[in-house]
Design a protein. Structure first.
Lengths: 465, 102
């Protein structure tokens, strides 16, 4: 049996290894080493827990069995999942962290002796508060992530679900959570504990349903943050340094990502959280939609334009992920490169359904990461480029964000695609993008619309090059 | 007067938030998806609590309600740990530099 002080030092070590794991992600070269540190930290934490309990009886075998069951499922998912499904996977994983936090809180509430927290009905006040926070946040993470998962998976419609009195109802539930926590701490009643959990599950569900599909990058980051705070809450209950450090790291990581995503859309965090974006806008724009001429072309025209270009910038968006066009795109780029055409990729911070979504897909298609640029790095290059190839992106290229103060996306940073000599826009139809607004880019002189499935069009262009 | 141990834990917590803040800002945007999957994996260190709960039952009855919740939490966290680290590994292996001969 390991002494309490020694195990505390080991937990600290694993916390530090987790910090190094995140640190490694500052560049792709060090990232694999970072991931290794993370794994090492986890092995240390788990081993130390076993050693400090020092109970290797039948219970130990059962624990290992459950560990292996979970591990096998996890490994299986990790190997099978296609890269395009990464947002759903991450949302699903968040829900599991949330639920695990809830289960640990329940276990600690029912059997506080095992955790040195007092006895049932007489749990230390501080521990009970920490436990409740962990359980509440965990439950919100769980049900919220389930909704995010269903929306991303397409099982549930991505459009926002709003109803009258939604915000007052949510506010009421949040207040009731605080009241219930207070009552729970003063009475130690297990009934109140169950009610508190039920209400928390409900609020997680209600908080996410009004948020639309394209706001998912913010939602996923936010739930990422919540899963961290839940872990930290449990960490305080268990007086475990590894959990406290990790919870704080994950919590702030998710919060920063949410901030970056909100900034990418020029919207405040609360605006996103309150939801309903895209649902209200649609009605107003559909009225003043007049028929404007667009130039549409085929793969042949596109190939001709690109063959005569000396530099091409590719702007991928969610549509590329939906059409699974990343491999076809890279083949097209390979052909362009053979003709000595300079190609780079421009990624908007909110392209796709989660932070960094496009980068992963391009990496999967073997696009070297030093050809892929972020918005600030590449935005000035559009003026010097010959062709911009927009594949599956829409709102993030809309010049209205710079020129039209009436536009709902006014002020959002956009890629200056219109500054290119010519713009190729691969799109299924002229339908507006997620924000429900028309894109002026479609009607510009130098824009050629390519109406087709992204993957098919890209393949056709390659044939014609 | 003695300082409550809670204050020490709170200090660790707050300092870790600051560390997290600076470390995460230095993460390159192209690795934000692996960042999410790896934070997912490490937050599953909550398995520590699940193991304690799972092993809390006495030798007569391994399965009481509390330890059953512990066992379930172990499986959930294990899915995340293995799934999270492995999928991160898979993603990171794809990030390659430009080949010289191209």
């Amino acid at each position: 049996m390991l002494s309490a002080n020694l195990s505390a030092i080991f937990y600290l070590t694993s916390g530090i290894l987790f910090i190094l794991a995140l640190r490694g992600l500052s560049s792709p070269e060090t990232s694999r080493q970072g991931n290794f540190f993370g794994i090492l930290g986890m092995i240390i934490a788990i081993t130390v827990t076993f050693l400090s309990i020092g109970n290797f009886s039948t219970g130990f075998v059962v624990v290992v069995i459950f560990l292996l069951i979970g591990g096998l499922i996890g490994a299986f998912i990790a190997y099978k999942i296609p890269m395009t499904a990464m947002p759903e996977l991450v949302a699903g994983f968040h829900s599991l962290v949330g639920l695990a936090a809830v289960f640990v809180a329940i276990a600690a509430f029912l059997n506080p002796e095992a955790f040195n927290l007092g006895s049932p009905g007489n749990i230390k006040l501080g521990s009970l508060i920490e436990m409740s926070i962990g359980a509440v946040v965990g439950a919100i993470t769980f049900s919220g992530s389930i909704i995010a998962f269903l929306k991303l998976q397409g099982i549930m419609s991505g459009s926002p679900i709003t109803f009258k009195g939604q915000h007052p109802l949510n506010a009421l539930i949040l207040i009731s959570i605080i009241v219930l926590t207070y009552l729970l701490c003063s009475t130690q009643s297990s009934n109140l504990f169950w009610i508190l959990l039920a209400v928390s599950f409900l609020i997680g569900f209600l908080l996410i349903i009004p948020i639309g599909g394209a706001d998912m990058p913010v939602v996923i980051s936010m739930l990422n943050s919540y899963s961290g705070w839940a872990a930290a809450g449990i960490g305080f209950t268990l007086e475990n340094t590894a959990l406290i450090i990790t919870g704080a790291l994950v919590g702030s990581s998710g919060a920063i990502l949410s901030y970056i995503m909100c900034k990418g859309m020029n919207r405040s965090f609360f605006n996103v959280i309150l939801g309903g974006f895209g649902a209200t806008e649609q009605s107003s724009t559909s009225q003043n939609k007049e028929q404007r001429p667009v130039k549409s072309g085929n793969a042949d025209d596109a190939a001709f334009l690109m063959k005569n270009a000396s530099s091409v910038i590719i702007v991928p968006g969610y549509g590329m992920a939906v059409a699974q066009a990343q491999h076809a795109l890279r083949e097209m780029v390979d052909t362009l490169k053979k003709n000595d055409i300079k190609v780079s990729y421009a990624i908007h911070p909110v392209a796709g359904r989660m932070p960094g979504h496009m980068n992963v897909l391009l990496a999967e298609a073997n696009v070297p990461y030093d050809e892929v640029f972020e918005l600030e790095e590449i935005n000035n290059d559009f003026a010097n480029a010959d062709v911009a190839f927009v594949i599956g992106a829409n709102d993030v290229t809309n010049p209205a964000a710079k020129t039209d103060p009436q536009s709902p996306i006014y002020g959002m940073p956009v890629l200056d695609v219109e500054k290119c000599k010519s713009v190729l826009f691969v799109k299924r139809s002229l339908s507006p993008g997620y924000a429900g607004i028309d894109n002026d880019l479609f009607y510009k002189e130098n824009t050629l619309m390519l109406f087709a499935d992204a993957k098919k069009m890209t393949e056709d262009i390659t044939k014609n090059l | 007067m003695e300082i409550d141990p809670f204050i020490f834990r709170l200090s660790i917590f707050i300092l870790s938030i600051f560390i997290g803040y600076y470390v995460v800002w230095s993460v390159t945007p192209s690795l934000h998806t692996p960042l999410m999957s790896v934070t997912n994996a490490i937050s599953s260190v909550i398995i520590v609590g699940a193991i304690i709960a799972g092993l809390a039952g006495n030798s007569d009855s391994i399965f009481n309600i509390s330890s059953i919740f512990g066992f379930l939490a172990i499986s959930l966290a294990a899915i995340n740990i293995f799934g999270g680290f492995l999928v991160t590994q898979r993603m990171l292996a794809m990030y390659k530099k430009k080949k010289k001969n191209k």
